[in-house]
Design a protein around this ligand. Structure first.
Ligand code: OSB
Ligand code: MG
Length: 368
């Protein structure tokens, strides 16, 4: 497949409500979209970086810079392009996995659309719908949290994830358990907000029967997570630490995690995400699909990935209306706690042109 060029768009979309995590509060989603253009059609990629380097070291302006000045030119000069060749063609550039993943996604979408084949079929899907969870931000008060959780349970979400940080951990978990009971699938996500010295505090979550605690310690602290996993009963799940299939294999071998959150952008794309799935499956480690507040484009691909057999826990694959009043694609709508796996060619969804123009703040075209 010849790559004629890539259009890069900056997009800004308001969130339905502020989303607060241990690393900050977001009221809007600023993101990069890529459109890979080939003689046989086009494909869409979504970059999961955010405005600032708070979740990981990557961020929008950095991703745009490396895409425009390094990654896209290298791909344009690499001859015929296939999705499988994107990562090897870009391997000499260190890091920037989210930017690389977005470019690979755009090429993969173009390739699959041209071949009339879906992301799900290509990745190895074994289901036509996936069970969905929802990520609940840090709130100003416990009553407010309980109202928000009640709303999501009414909507049919099958699993609740509470964002936690020091000072907002034991009490919100206790309150949700007391109000909604022990049968609710419940887990927490710290986004690196704790240290190993907090092990006695985190052990106080043990009685609440959580599915998992996600990324309690900093990204590089693999041995710290292994030690923490020995000191608490809640299973440890890693998010930020797992930047590749190799990182997953190492973390599992060192006892740093019993469960893995797979986010395609964080590991450099959907093809590496499948390899993370395969490594975890080979070790009997359950995985689930994380989210990065994606538009319908990234959400479509995430739902496809989440339909692989090793995804045995509900993911952060919520409906479009969890974050957006109006999405740029047809919205993903929950049906009895599940989302349908798109079956059409490529992502199975595409931006609605007028809607995309409304949220686009800048556009540039990169060709050789
Ligand atoms: O750590 O999982 C995370 C959102 C942005 C950055 C990091 C995370 C999250 C979420 C929301 O928890 C996931 C989603 O529903 O998109
Ligand atoms: Mg997380």
């Amino acid at each position: 497949m010849k790559l004629s060029g890539v259009e890069l768009r900056r997009v800004r979309m308001p969130l339905v409500a502020p989303f607060r995590t241990s690393f900050g509060t977001q009221t809007e989603r600023e993101l990069l979209l890529l459109r890979a253009v080939t003689p046989s059609g086009e494909g869409w990629g979504e970059c999961v970086t955010m405005a600032g380097p708070l979740y990981s070291s990557e961020y929008n302006d950095g991703a745009e810079h490396v895409l425009v000045n390094h990654l896209i030119p290298a791909l344009l000069h690499s001859g015929d392009v296939t999705a499988n060749k994107v990562a090897p063609s870009l391997a000499k550039f260190k890091g920037h996995r989210m930017a690389k993943g977005a470019l690979e996604m755009a090429v993969l979408d173009a390739e699959l659309r041209a071949a009339d084949r879906s992301f799900a079929a290509e990745l190895g899907s074994t289901r036509d719908s996936v069970p969905c969870g929802v990520s609940v931000g840090i709130m100003d008060s416990i009553p407010q949290l309980l109202d928000v959780v009640a709303g999501y349970l009414d909507e049919g979400y099958l699993r609740i994830k509470l964002k936690i940080e020091p000072g907002w951990d034991i009490e919100p978990v206790r309150a949700v358990r007391e109000r909604f009971g022990d049968d609710v699938l419940l887990q927490v996500d710290a986004n690196t907000a704790y240290t190993l010295g907090d092990a006695p505090l985190l052990a106080r979550l043990d009685p609440f029967g959580l599915l998992l605690i996600e990324q309690p310690l900093e990204e590089e602290d693999v041995l710290g997570h292994a030690e923490l996993a020995r000191r608490i009963r809640t299973p440890v799940c890693l998010d930020e630490t797992i930047v590749s299939a190799r990182a997953a294999a190492d973390a599992i071998k060192l006892g740093a995690c019993q469960i893995v959150n797979i986010k395609p952008g964080r590991v450099g794309g959907y093809l590496e995400a499948r390899r993370v799935h395969d490594v975890c499956a080979a070790h009997g480690v359950p995985v689930w699909c994380g989210g990065m507040i994606e538009t319908g484009l990234g959400r479509a691909a995430n739902v496809a990935l989440a339909s692989l057999p090793g995804f045995t826990l509900p993911g952060d694959t919520s409906g479009s209306d969890r974050f957006y009043r109006t999405d740029i694609t047809e919205p993903f709508v929950l049906d009895a706690g599940h989302l349908p796996v798109p079956a059409g060619p490529g992502l199975g969804v595409a931006p609605i042109p007028d809607r995309l123009e409304e949220v686009t703040t800048a556009k540039r075209w990169i060709a050789s």
